[in-house]
Every structure is written in structure tokens, then in C-alpha cells.
Design a protein around this ligand. Structure first.
Ligand SMILES: [Zn+2]
Ligand SMILES: [Zn+2]
Length: 210
């Protein structure tokens, strides 16, 4: 079983997710967008232990709370990121372009690779490399729970922007076709911004894909 708590955080209203296996108490943060203190407090409330920080990509609005999470946990949880997004992470995820400064926390120490399996209690999440919004963007897919955390690859009725460094429209569309639309229609898509949707809904109604 997978419990999911959604936070809407930061200047770009980014969705961050605290996920856990409630039976074992093992928890992870996907995209600590801001306010690490709030995320850690929520985990404590349930008695969950945050053992990992998993990043879909390194844009500043998805990592700005990582320092705050790590500061409050001992030992600080390892941060996992696809290597192709490490240069972006070192530039603070482009924060400077938006005129902000962030504390991205500890340097990522786990390299995410396509096809890698991540364990959270009794749950398994599959890493799917989906470049196009950034070079190292990944999706975390939990088949048993029929849910995918897809960051800024696809949104309800829209797709990620491709006009920033590392972005490429054709690559993004190909990633969506190969890494998202190949999932079962009933799969919930939890995006980096906006409401959740499903693979079937986007397959039928997303104007960028029809
Ligand atoms: Zn992004
Ligand atoms: Zn974003």
C-alpha cells in the first residue's frame, strides 16, 4: 500500500509528494518543492521515517525544500537524481533566472537510471527516463498502485515547457509517447503542477497528443 500526501509549495505552486508504506513507516519525498520543515512535520505526525529524497528533475521549484528536509533528519536522506540533470542542479535549478536563491541541500548521491527499481517498504517504483523538459527528467511509476509521479513531463491538458536550457519539444513528445502513454489507461498521473489526471484522459483529450 502507498500513502500519498500532496503539498502545493513555492512561488510556482509546485506539487511535492510525501509518500509512504503505512505498514512499515518507510517514507520518501518526491520533489521537495519548498518548506522542508512542513514536509518533515507531516511525516512525524504519521510516525513515518523519511529515508530518501527522489527528484523528478532539478528545476529549482522542485528542489528548493530539499535542504530544509535534510537539515531536520539525522542522518540526512540521500538525494537521488538522474545524472543528466546534475549540471542543472549545480546551477541551483535555474533559480537565478527567476531572481531567487535557494538551498538545494546535500549533493545528489544516488544516480537514477532508466529501468531502476526503487523500494519503499513493500512498494516498488520503476524509474522511467523521460527527457525533453530537462535532459535528466524521470518519472516514478508504481504499477501495483497504478500511479505515476511525472513531474513536468505532462499535465492535465498540457505538457512541460521546452524553452528552457536542456528542453526539446520533439524529445518531450517522444518521451510522453514511450514512457507515459504505454502505461495502462487507469494509471493516475500526479504531475508537478496542477490537478491529477489519468493516462486514458490525456490519451483522449490532451491537445498536444491528439
Ligand atoms: Zn520543471
Ligand atoms: Zn515545475
Amino acid at each position: 500500500m502507498l500513502s500519498i500526501v500532496t503539498f502545493i509549495l513555492g512561488p510556482l505552486m509546485t506539487n511535492g509528494y510525501l509518500i509512504a508504506d503505512p505498514e512499515t513507516g518507510d517514507a520518501a519525498v518526491i520533489d521537495p518543492a519548498d518548506k522542508g520543515r512542513t514536509i518533515v512535520a507531516e511525516a512525524l505526525k504519521y510516525g513515518w521515517h523519511i529515508g530518501n529524497i527522489w527528484l523528478t528533475h532539478a528545476h529549482f521549484d522542485h528542489i528548493a525544500g530539499a535542504g530544509g528536509v535534510a537539515d531536520r533528519l539525522s542522518p540526512p536522506p540521500p538525494v537521488a537524481l538522474h545524472p543528466d540533470d546534475h549540471p542543472l542542479w549545480r546551477m541551483q535549478g535555474g533559480a537565478i533566472l527567476f531572481g531567487v536563491r535557494i538551498d538545494p541541500g546535500p549533493e545528489p548521491s544516488v544516480d537514477l537510471k532508466h529501468g531502476m527499481l526503487l523500494h519503499l517498504g513493500n512498494n516498488v517504483l520503476e524509474v522511467r527516463h523521460a527527457p525533453g523538459h530537462t535532459r535528466g527528467h524521470v518519472i516514478f511509476y508504481c504499477a501495483s498502485e497504478k500511479v505515476a509521479f511525472c513531474g513536468d513531463v505532462i499535465f492535465q491538458g498540457s505538457i512541460g515547457r521546452t524553452d528552457m536550457p536542456g528542453g526539446d519539444y520533439e524529445t518531450l513528445i517522444q518521451s510522453i509517447r514511450e514512457q507515459v502513454l504505454t502505461l495502462p489507461d487507469e494509471t493516475r498521473l500526479l504531475s508537478g503542477h496542477g490537478p491529477e489526471t489519468t493516462v486514458g484522459q490525456e490519451r483522449r483529450y490532451n491537445p498536444f497528443l491528439t
